[in-house]
Design a protein around this ligand. Structure first.
Ligand code: MLT
Length: 392
C-alpha cells in the first residue's frame, strides 16, 4: 500500500484550519479575550425564512407515504435545476435544461471536477486566490503555474500569451481581493481558452454581491464562454447555506474536449460517486430563487455590505490602501507599516482581539496584504471598527 506522496507537497494545514488553530492556542492562553472573528467568510445571519419554511414542508413530505422520496436524480431535482435556469435568465443568460447540476457546495465541486482531467494538464492560477484551487491540484500532482494579480492590474490579470495553460481558474468577484472582471476582461480569457482548447473553471460564489450593473454575474454573459467554461456557484454566501450545503455547477452541453462532452463525463462521474443533495435541502435551495427568497437574500447581503462599508471607511480615514468591499463581502487591505501578513495577523489578534486572514495564505502576491470579512454580526463589526480606528 502506497500513499499519495503529492500530499507532502502541501502546506501543513489548510489556510483556514491554520487560522483556527492559531486562534484556539490564543484562546487557551487568554480564555476571556473578547475575540471578534473576521477571518473565514462564514455567514452569521440565519437562513431566509422562506427557505426554512420550504425545508419544514419538505421534511413533512418525507414523513408521509404518498410524498416520501428515496434517491433523487443524479444531477438534482428538476424543480431546482429549473429555478437556477430562471435565475440566470433574469440577467440574460439562457441555459439548457441539462446544463445545470446541483451540488453540495462550490468547494466540493471545485475539487471534484478535477476527476475529469488528466494529471499532465498545466493549471493556471491567478495569485492571490482561493487556496482550494492550488491545494486540490497539488494533491493530484498537477503542474500549477501562476499569473500575477496585483494593485497595478487591479487584481484582474489578463492572459499572458506566453503561458500555455490547459485549465484556468477565475474567481470573480475575487476571493480574496474583491476585484471583479468586466465583460471585456473575461472575453480576453474566453478567447485565450477557445484558441488553445483550454478550459476555464469559473468560480461565481460571490456573484450575488455584485451591485454595479456593468459587471457580469456569469461567464456565460460573455460570447464564446459556452465552448470553454464551466461555472461553479454556491448558495453559501448568497443565501447563508455554509452549514446547509447546496450549490450548482453549469456545464454547457456543447462543451467538448478531446472529442468528449464534459457534461456527459460529469454526469457519469456524479452518478458513480454522488447520490445528490437531500430533497429537503434542494427544496430550501429552490426557495432562494422565488421573488420572496431573492428579496430576503438581498436584504441579508445588504447587511453584510454595510459591514464591509464600515470596515472600508476606517481604512479610508487612515489612508490605508484596500480593494474590494463594494461588489464583494471582503475588504483586502495593505498591512500598514510594511508589515508581513502573518505579522499583522498576530498584531490584530494580540492587540485588538480581531481575527482576519493573512493575504499570504492566498499566494505569494498576497504577502503584505490582509483580508477582513463583512460576514460578522453588526454589533461585532462595530466593535471591531472602533478597535481598528484606535490602533491603525
Ligand atoms: C473563505 O473565507 O475564503 C471562504 O469562506 C472559504 C470557503 O468558502 O470555503
Amino acid at each position: 500500500m502506497k500513499l499519495n506522496k503529492n500530499f507532502r507537497n502541501l502546506q501543513d494545514s489548510y489556510l483556514f484550519a491554520t487560522i483556527a488553530n492559531r486562534l484556539s492556542d490564543y484562546l487557551a492562553a487568554h480564555p476571556d479575550a473578547p475575540v471578534i472573528k473576521l477571518g473565514i467568510g462564514d455567514v452569521t445571519l440565519p437562513l431566509p425564512q422562506v427557505c426554512v419554511q420550504a425545508m419544514e414542508e419538505a421534511s413533512r413530505e418525507m414523513g408521509v407515504k404518498e410524498t416520501f422520496k428515496g434517491y433523487g436524480d443524479y444531477p438534482g431535482y428538476p424543480f431546482l435545476r429549473e429555478a437556477v435556469r430562471g435565475y440566470y435568465r433574469s440577467y440574460g443568460v439562457e441555459l439548457k435544461a441539462n446544463d445545470v447540476f446541483i451540488s453540495d457546495g462550490a468547494k466540493n465541486d471545485v475539487a471534484n471536477i478535477l476527476d475529469l482531467f488528466a494529471q499532465d494538464n498545466t493549471v493556471l492560477v491567478p495569485d492571490p486566490v482561493y487556496p482550494v484551487y492550488v491545494d486540490t491540484n497539488v494533491m493530484a500532482g498537477r503542474k500549477v503555474v501562476y499569473i500575477s494579480g496585483n494593485a497595478e492590474n487591479g487584481f484582474t490579470p489578463s492572459p499572458d500569451p506566453s503561458i500555455d495553460a490547459d485549465i484556468i481558474y477565475i474567481c470573480s468577484p475575487n476571493n480574496p481581493t474583491g476585484a471583479v472582471y468586466t465583460k471585456e476582461g473575461l472575453k480576453e480569457w474566453v478567447d485565450y481558452a477557445n484558441e488553445r482548447q483550454a478550459l476555464i473553471l469559473f468560480d461565481a460564489a460571490y456573484e450575488a454581491f455584485i451591485e454595479d450593473p456593468a459587471y457580469p454575474h456569469s461567464i456565460y454573459e460573455v460570447e464564446g464562454a459556452r465552448t470553454c467554461a464551466i461555472e461553479i456557484c454556491s448558495l453559501s454566501k448568497t443565501a447563508g447555506f455554509t452549514g446547509t450545503r447546496c450549490g450548482y455547477t453549469i456545464i454547457p452541453e456543447e462543451l467538448e474536449r478531446d472529442g468528449e462532452s464534459l457534461n456527459q463525463l460529469w454526469l457519469r462521474r456524479q452518478s458513480t460517486k454522488h447520490n445528490g443533495v437531500s430533497y429537503i435541502i434542494q427544496r430550501g435551495a429552490a426557495a432562494v430563487f422565488t421573488p420572496e427568497g431573492l428579496a430576503q437574500c438581498k436584504e441579508n447581503i445588504a447587511y453584510y455590505k454595510e459591514n464591509t462599508r464600515m470596515l472600508a471607511k476606517v481604512l479610508d480615514e487612515k489612508g490605508i490602501f484596500y480593494t474590494g468591499g463594494k461588489n464583494s463581502p471582503y475588504v483586502w487591505l495593505k498591512a500598514p507599516g510594511g508589515k508581513k501578513s502573518w505579522e499583522f495577523f498576530d498584531l490584530l489578534l494580540n492587540d485588538l482581539n480581531i481575527v482576519g486572514t493573512p493575504g499570504s495564505g492566498f499566494g505569494e502576491n498576497g504577502e503584505g496584504y490582509f483580508r477582513l470579512t463583512g460576514f460578522g454580526s453588526r454589533e461585532q463589526t462595530e466593535i471591531a471598527v472602533e478597535r481598528l480606528r484606535k490602533l491603525l
